[in-house]
Write a protein that binds this ligand. Sequence first.
Ligand code: FAD
Ligand code: NAI
Length: 482
Amino acid sequence: LSRSNIIQRFNSTSSGISSFKTAAKKSTAQPTLSSYVTNNGKKNVVILGSGWGGISFLQHIDESKYNVTLISPRPHFLFTPLLPSTPVGTVDEKSIIEPVVNFAVKKTKGNVSYYEAQATKINHVDNTVTIKSFSHVNPFGSSKNADSIKKNDSADIKYDYLITAVGAEPNTFGIPGVQEHGMFLKEIEHSPKIRKQFIENIEKANLLPKGDPERKRLLTLVVVGGGPTGVETAGELQDYVDQDLKKFLPSIAEEVQIHLVEALPVILNMFESKLTSYAQKVLEQTSIKLHLKTAVSEVKEKYLVAKTKISDTETKSEEIPYGTLIWATGNKPRTIVTDLIKEIPEQEGSRRGLLVDETLKVKGLNNVYAIGDNAVAGLAPTAQVAHQEAEYLTKVFNKNQIGSAKPFKYLHYGALAYLGAEKAIANITYGKRQLYTGGGVITFYIWRLLYLSMIISWRSRFKVMSDWFKLALFKRDFFKEL
Ligand code: FAD
Ligand code: NAI
């Protein structure tokens, strides 16, 4: 199938096997695809991203009123709150992802299509999005009439309304060596990489004699960033060491040292001080070494440089050798977002994402909306914000209130964080009303219950429950290549 001068249309045959046919001739190298039934009178809504914002929007939009197209390079939704549990196998990676098509095929009342593709440019003057396809069988979903493109091909998708929910990417702050030597925990594929490196280091260390500095280095894990990602990841790693590794390699387990490095004077600074002090105490009791007021300034292959603030004028520099480095210092906007910001005068100077008005419309544009981590709405970049923004926006769309909607109002349900050793902290609220504040083992079970209720598919909920049940009876699955 030559891509150069044709538009290909996707047909879903009765046998379920995809076939392609030429629909029209076009002279330009990059065809414009309109992934909806033309002339059906409905507006075309294009969603970018299959995360908390994009999938929540897809779930709630009334597809009988709009032709819906979702574009994302990631063919699954990821339940991020349990991602820190996966590197050590507390929860299986597959338990917390859900294929996009499982959401798309439920939308049977209209045209819904999914392109496994990356949006590379938002052409706001032409009302198109340029995409690069990641898959041959495109698009996938309930729409029988959407156009198709081949793997690695580019095309422009036309929209009447664009919902951008592309999230954000790990921020290294340009610190030298982080990209080359550090590992992130943002997407599901990061998880087995961390596990593999940790296992390989355990294997190598086991061959070296006790007291060998190289053995000590290999058994040192450094987590940089004392936000919830860093704390939960450090806690889960320590759980593995204390609850599993100790049983079959006790001499190795007692030498594993986890460091948590945080630039601020406290970890988990979104919680009140009573809870953060408790969290610090729990981490230290489980033998995680905390480095507060300490910023990592450089990363080398086998050690990193950390600078601790001693007073307003004085810092102490230290080299920390490591075998595994996990970088969790927060996020920055993606290129597609920063590129768009540069083109819109009303967005000038915005560093954290797309500035939106009170109805989540991107400032300076008429038909583009931003939700989740790629939007700057004065709220924290969290799943609950992304989910509520998506719900609000779909209500506006479903009730045909575009342009006349009431402002978005966020309702804060609080925050929870797992610390390790079956202890968690929680501050559960209903808006400004405090419902529960606490830390410890009971809070850990509350944490589990609430996270189960937040999981957005029954398949995934069932799998997570069975992972936790399995953990009560057996060790974690901790395989190098799986
Ligand atoms: P994401 O969920 O990141 O989704 C972005 C989507 O866009 C992805 O599908 C991505 O593949 C896609 N995409 C990227 N680039 C493109 C492109 N160019 N074109 C098209 N698609 C693109 N929040 C909480 O409230 N509670 C928690 O317990 C919690 N735990 C977390 C744990 C971890 C380890 C992490 C990393 C985050 C956690 N968060 C939590 C934060 C939460 O995950 C984010 O705020 C949330 O995912 C934001 O949703 P989003 O839709 O904006 O972005
Ligand atoms: P974060 O931005 O919350 O925390 C990053 C931390 O890294 C900050 O405390 C910062 O001071 C520190 N830091 C930055 N540069 C550093 C350096 N060079 N050296 C040492 N420390 C450095 O990032 P995180 O944890 O990834 O969270 C991102 C978002 O996701 C947040 O909004 C968070 O609330 C949300 N989230 C929520 C969770 C929960 O509710 N349980 C779990 C994970 C994430």
